[in-house]
Every structure is written in structure tokens, then in C-alpha cells.
Design a protein around this ligand. Sequence first.
Ligand code: DC
Length: 663
Amino acid sequence: MQAMFSTPFLDLPPLQSAAGTVTLPGSKSISNRVLLLSALSQGTTVVHDLLDSDDTRVMLQALRQLGCGVVVEGTTVHIEGLGGTLEHSQAIEFFMGNAGTAMRPLTAALAVLGGDFTLKGVARMHERPIGDLVDALRLLGCDIDYLGNEGFPPLRIGKPQLTLDAPIQVRGDVSSQFLTALLMALPLAAQQRDIVIEVVGELISKPYIDITLNLLARFGIVVRREGWQRFTIAAGSRYQSPGDIHVEADASSASYFIALGALACEQGIRIQGVGADSIQGDIRFMDAAAQMGAAITSGPNWLEVKRGAWPLRGITLDCNHIPDAAMTLAVMALYADAPTTLNNIASWRVKETDRIAAMATECRKLGATVEEGADWLRIHPLRAGAWKTASIHTYDDHRVAMCFSLAAFNPDGLRVRIEDPKCVAKTFPDYFEALFSVAHTDAAHIPVICIDGPTASGKGTLASSVAQQLGYYYLDSGALYRVTAYAALQKGLDLANDETQIAALARHLPVRFEGDQIWLENENVSERIRTEETGMNASKVSVLKDVRAALVELQHSFCKLPGLVADGRDMGTVIFPHAPLKVFLTASATERAERRHKQLISKGFSIKLDDLRADLEARDARDSNRSVAPLTAAQDAMPLDNSELSIEKSVQQVLTWWQSKQP
Ligand code: DC
């Protein structure tokens, strides 16, 4: 799935409260483990509620390359297992993106299976350590070479000469994914004998190992655990598909909504898909959030969170057990009554980015005082009046982007800019949509840009391009008048005399906008309403006072988070009079007639240029001279004559004006 906000940045207006229900996407950690285990198993596995994200796509692609049957039906995926062996012998190159949950376990599984494989990723992946896993696999007799820097991907993998007599040792203090990778790969080699893995050093992120063991058990692999130091895979182990398996929602993703409840929700926000009994370690974030003040209740597969203590309480916490979710505490800490210290977070330094540095830098941009050490972070709260408007750099790290969206609840009413918002696609492609579905702010805080002007001035193209650049909604108000006129004629109404009936029709106009398609009930009217004739008819119904009044509410309903660009005749004067930016777009009548002519010809309509120009002038006259909401520039509108300007230049001009309105 693609993130909806693929804009260079997303401005979050100041948010005030939250309520409602969110359903979270599947857990990344569970999804990618389940995919690999299904691939290694005998039989077909039907995986339900799989996360659709960058990381799972990387894994699915790798499995296809290995020859697994993969059939994707929405969030259900059928995996036909390889049964623990690889039949083909050709060289395969795998691209792992920045997906650690694919890179580490695949490296181990491929190294044990043997073949001629290359594993690469994006530049950041080539900076993420894998040496300890490679060392352990080499001791076991696997054939692995570094193609770039020692200790880091890319890697080449050949055929192993496995020696399994001695326990296999692996470091546990850099990433628990190394141990997970071995636990998932070594059952492939445990046909004849028990295999023992010993962890050297303190094991970090233990809950992730619990997830691994839990899932291995569902795929028929029993691992004996002695403390967190020694793991034994029983001889005769064999992956067996469980048939169907359901992926829990992502507990780390839940952290943003738990925080949201604690920060901004009086009635309670319901989080669907994961409950307190989750097998994911990050669910324990709820305890930390509760310590800071969140009021949380839970049932099977759901959580409900609201404000408890306010302001939140500053805490000191060893975060080793919730490495990913703990980042969310750093932003909650801004709203606390005392500093918050997050300890034992060294692993943050080797994640998607150096997360200690990233969180410190970005919290400071918001105005906070932050102290940091090799493996700890202390965030001092920000009092009202001390917040700063910031543009948050996100380092291609989904969690940085999601965490800082919570800064939009600042008490100073400041907007927060999130750079490169699409990076959330790694684990939660429609995170911002989910956030906007439960976050609320006064309509006055939702930014609106109005672009009014005469027919064929290029408003539609300009307004929709500006909307796209900003990730805002787009309202083509002319289309509403066109659809109204079209629907009225369909019903046999007289456009000049049936004002009351047309207004009644407009008040409950069954119109739907889906992408750039416009539907009137079950009829796709996108093309039909674009004719000159419908334009003229729209102009006729638009002089009717009751019709205009009937369409007001519908137009207001387009004003939604994160913002709106609206085009028409009276957007700035009547519908959104408080919009912070109004543009009055014009072009000469000749230029407009030529543009419209080209547009109509390209759509297959035949019409004479002179007739078109006469039509335009007649419509201009009616739109400007009518008594209700005549076409006129709002007093505070910026005039823009685009007769000589390209679309790009006009868009740039509007964005520059918009930028200059920002604090
Ligand atoms: O922008 P357009 O050509 O699609 O608009 C069709 C007609 O609708 C236009 O002639 C006048 C009317 N209209 C209006 O009165 N107020 C608006 N906000 C938008 C359009």
C-alpha cells in the first residue's frame, strides 16, 4: 500500500481533542516472521490480517523469488511453503530495502539452506550492523561474504558445511533480531540432533524473542529455553503449517493512539486489533503510559484510553523491554510536569536512524531542553507559551514521523510540519488518515485556501495541484452546481422556475467524489457534467438564492483535516470568509476561450472558438451580475492573472503566498 500523503511535507494544524475508534494494521514483527515461517513450512498457510507495508512487501518479494507460491487477497495472503528445501540452483539477488525484519532472518535461513544469494538494501541498511549474526552463522559452517564494509550488508551467501556439535554462540546485546534469525533458521538443520544456541552478553529486547518462540510453537517447533541464555531446538524439528493464522495488530503502532488518548481524550479512544494480552512486548507500553497518567482499560483485542492525570507525570524508566514504543514516551514527556528519563535504549542508535539523536534534535526544535547519553535520553517538559513552530525532519524513520504528530496537541495552538510523511508506509501506510479520523480541532483551525475566478480561468487545475502538493482535500464547488443542474433536468425540473424543488434536490444531493470521478447516486457523471451546456445550466441554477443556501452545508463538509483547497466563485466571499489565503484567478477572455476550446476538443466535443468565447462572456456577465454571491474578488484576495503563466508557475506562486502566511 502507498501512503496517501506522498507530499514533501504535511502540515498538521493545531489539534485539540480526540475521540472515536481506530483499527490498527497488523504487526510488522509478527507479519514478517509468519511469512518466513510459512515459506519454510510444509503445506499452505493462509495468513489473515497481514500488514501491508514496505517491510512486508520486501519479504513477500523475496519469498516469490525463492519459488514460494504467494497469492495476495487484500490483507489475506496464501503462502505455499517450500517444505524446508530449495530446489533450484540459480543465483538470486534480493533487495531488502530498509527492512531489518526481513534482512536478518532471511540471511540466516538462506545461509543454512545454502545457494548462491546476494542480499542488498538501501544505503541506511548498509549501515545497520549484521556482523554478530554473520559471525554466529560462520561458526556454524555457513558461507557468507561481505560485499561492502566488514560487518554490514550487502552480503553474498554460498553453500554451507554445517558443523552442529558445539553450541552456537550469538551476541544478544546489539539486536535481538540476530537471535530471532537463528531461532527461525536452525530448525532447518535440526533433523538429526538437538541444536543449542547460547546468548553472549545481556539479551536486549527479550519480548521480541517471546514473539519468535510463540510463533515457532504455532509452526510446530518446540524450543527449550533456559533463562535468556540458552535455547535448545529439539532433534527432528520440522516446520508444519498451522493452516490458518491471524496476525495481531501492531502494538508499537498502538502506542501513538494510547498516547493520543492520554493527551487529548476525555471520553476515551478505542483501539481495535490488540489488547493487553497481546504476545507483543511493546504492549507493555501501556504500563509506561499509565505511569505517566493514561487511564486504560482493555479486553480481548481492544484497548480504551483516556486522560487520567493531567498534566502527565514525568517518569524514569528502563525501556529495554519496549524499545520501539518507548520513542512515543519522549513526545508524551513534553506534556509532563517533570523531566522524563528513558534508560537502556542503546539499540535506538542502530535502528532506521540513530533514534536517540533524532528524538533529541527534533524535541529541541519544538523548544524542549533535552539531555542525552550513549544509551539514555532525558526530556524536559514544555510549558504553555514555550513551544516553537517546527519542521520535523523524519530521517526516513516511520516512528519519528508518527511520534511527532502528537506535538500537534501543543497548548500554544501551533501547527507542526512533518517532513516526508510517506515514511510511515514502513509499518502504517495510512497512519495520518487514522489520526485525522479520531483527532478534532475547531473548524477555524483547519486551513483553507480559496481560489475563485471566472469560468475557464484555470482554477480547477491550479486548486487541485495546490491541494496535491499540500496533501489537502480539494473542493470543486462548480461541480456541485453542475451536478445540481444535471440532476434537476433529469428530474424534469425547469431551471428558471422550479427554485424550491431544485433547492430541495440540492439539499440532499446524492453526490460522491471518488478520486477525480464524480458520482450522482450510481451514475458516473464525471464527463457528462463537463459539457458547455451543463456549464451554462449550472450558471442558471447558481443564481437561485435557495439553491445556493442549500449547498452551503455540503461545501462546509469538505473542510476536513489536514486542510482544504476550494475553488469556485464565492469561496472567499461567502463559503469560507475566514480562509487565511484567498486567490482571485483571472485570465483574458481570449486566453480562457482558447484553453476551454482545447480542453473540449481533447474530450471529443466539437465547438467553434467564437461561440465558446461568446458563451464565456455571457456566463461571466451572469455570474458577476447576479444578486446573490456574485463573482467578485474578496477584499483580502491576492489577484493572480495567469494569462501568461504556466500552471507550475501559478502553483508555485500560490504556495509561496501560503508559506508567507505561516508563522
Ligand atoms: O467553475 P464552473 O465552470 O464549473 O462553474 C459552473 C457554474 O457554477 C458557474 O458558471 C457559476 C456556478 N458557480 C457558482 O455560482 N459558485 C461557485 N462557487 C461555483 C460555481
